[in-house]
Design a protein. Structure first.
Length: 124
C-alpha cells in the first residue's frame, strides 16, 4: 500500500506541475492541451511500465497503479480499451469509448447541476 501511495503522490504532483505549466502558456488558451498531454503520456507510461516491470510486481504497483493512477486514470481506460481490441471485441471497444466519453460528459453536467441545486450561488 505504501508503494501505491508513494507512486500516487508523485503522479499527482507531476500532473499538477504539468497542468500549471500548460495553463500559463498563451498558446493553450481555448483547448485543454494540458489534459490531453497528461492523458497521452500517462497511457504511454502505463504501457511501458507493463512491459518493463512485468516481472517486478512492486515496481508495477508503484508505476502503474500508483503513479499512473495519480497522474491520470485515462491511462487505465486506454489500456482496458486496448485489451478489448486485442480480443477483437470491437463492439465493446465502441461501447467503452463512446459510453465513457458520453456518460462522462453527462455525469459532469449532472454533477454541476446537482452542485448548483445544493449550493446555490448567493447574490452578492
Amino acid at each position: 500500500m505504501v508503494v501505491v501511495m508513494l507512486g500516487g503522490a508523485l503522479g499527482t504532483l507531476l500532473r499538477y506541475a504539468i497542468s500549471k505549466w500548460f495553463n500559463e502558456q498563451a498558446w493553450t488558451k481555448g483547448f485543454p492541451y494540458g489534459t490531453m498531454f497528461i492523458n497521452v503520456t500517462g497511457s504511454f507510461i502505463l504501457g511501458f511500465a507493463l512491459v518493463t516491470f512485468r516481472d517486478r510486481q512492486d515496481w508495477l504497483l508503484l508505476m502503474g497503479t500508483g503513479f499512473c493512477g495519480g497522474y491520470t486514470t485515462f491511462s487505465t481506460f486506454a489500456l482496458e480499451t486496448y485489451r478489448l481490441v486485442e480480443d477483437h471485441s470491437y463492439g465493446r471497444v465502441f461501447y467503452n469509448v463512446g459510453g465513457s466519453v458520453v456518460a462522462g460528459l453527462v455525469a459532469v453536467v449532472l454533477g454541476i447541476a446537482v452542485g448548483h441545486l445544493l449550493f446555490p450561488k448567493q447574490a452578492g
